[in-house]
Design a protein around this ligand. Structure first.
Ligand SMILES: Cc1ncc(C[n+]2csc(CCOP(=O)(O)OP(=O)(O)O)c2C)c(N)n1
Ligand code: SF4
Ligand SMILES: [Mg+2]
Length: 312
């Protein structure tokens, strides 16, 4: 429970359950699915931050993970496969008063939506991106995904995958994300703490969330035991140092497939301006939400061509 300012400016307590829809649909996730852990951590994080459901927009992709906003009370946009990020960033730019969270699977975000992931990180849009990493295409019945380990057997790779898996943390760092973390559904307290930090961060926050899929990925490790790199004496690195973070990410990505599950915060750059701030500093983005102009009948609309001084 935590405090929030309501629409009329009064402080009030916020409960985790305010993010549970009044008419709660029966979750269609399988028993034991890691996706329940993401839902719980996100509800807890929003309540801890004192957010009202009407201040939040949750954009999801397609997959078992994409069902998240059916079970989460807020504004929601269930987009098409791999396209949660373009919708999320446009929404944030049009109404920067909204707290915008995008979420989807490893196939959705690192596969079909990989291009959007790379450029949203590069541009440092001020949104939080949660990737449910279960190492398979869950919804479509267990095909190999970009994070499936080499040799992983599935319907699409019956002799074992011949591909090396993607390195999501390293990829995010080189693309330009300014907050990068990994957590796991089996570690709900750490997951909530990390989501709170990610949402509070001004810039693109990427959380690789390990979610077990007991139905289609039985040979995958269930992510226990896990190690929190911040709590363990075996790991010493500075999350603000790009090179040290890169080394720690590489070690983490290697270790996962050798059976050691490392989680925690990997990188944080608090000095980098978000895309919205950069645009505002250049004078080509208004400070008030575009959405407010739309409802202002007296607003004098400019065309983008009017901004160009043709005599220069
Ligand atoms: C353009 C397009 N291609 C393929 C599909 C079929 N499809 C639906 S979900 C999915 C994969 C989901 O895997 P992932 O993103 O890892 O999510 P999970 O179900 O594991 O949470 C695919 C291939 C689709 N819906 N749209
Ligand atoms: S198929 Fe896997 S990812 Fe989908 S709901 Fe079931 S356990 Fe979860
Ligand atoms: Mg998946």
């Amino acid at each position: 429970m935590s405090k929030a300012f309501s629409a009329i400016g009064e402080e009030r307590e916020v409960e985790r359950d305010e993010f549970t829809p009044g008419l709660e649909p029966q979750p269609t996730w399988c028993p034991g699915c890691g996706d329940f852990g993401v839902l719980k951590a996100l509800k807890g994080a929003m309540a801890e931050l004192g957010k009202d459901p009407e201040e939040v927009l949750l954009c999801t992709g397609i997959g078992c993970s994409g069902k998240l906003n059916s079970y989460f009370e807020s504004y929601g946009f269930h987009t098409i496969h791999g396209r949660s990020l373009p919708v999320a960033r446009a929404s944030k730019l049009a109404n920067h008063d909204l707290e915008v969270v995008a979420a989807g699977g490893d196939g959705d975000g690192y596969g079909i939506g990989g291009n959007h992931f790379m450029h949203t990180a590069r541009e440092n849009h001020d949104i939080t991106y949660i990737v449910f990493n279960n190492e398979v295409f869950g919804l479509t019945k267990g095909q190999t995904s970009p994070t499936s380990p080499k040799g992983h057997k599935s319907k699409t790779q019956p002799h074992g995958s011949a591909k090396d898996p993607i390195r999501p943390l390293s990829m995010s760092l080189s693309a330009g994300a300014s907050y990068i973390a990994r957590t796991a559904a089996v570690n709900p307290n750490q997951a909530q703490e990390i989501l709170v930090e990610a949402i509070e961060h001004d810039g693109f926050s990427h959380v690789d969330f390990l979610t077990q899929c007991p139905t289609w990925n039985k040979d995958a490790k269930q992510y226990v035991p896990y190690v929190d790199v911040q709590d363990s004496e075996d790991y010493e690195f500075d999350v603000q140092d790009r090179r040290e973070a890169a080394d720690m990410m590489a070690e983490t990505e290697e270790a996962l497939y050798d059976g050691t599950v490392l989680t925690g915060r990997y990188y944080k750059d608090e000095n980098r301006h978000s895309y919205q701030q950069e645009k505002q500093e250049r004078g080509d983005m208004p400070n008030e939400p575009l959405a407010e102009r739309y409802f202002d009948d007296d607003y004098d609309w400019e065309r983008s061509a009017d901004f160009i001084d043709r005599h220069k």
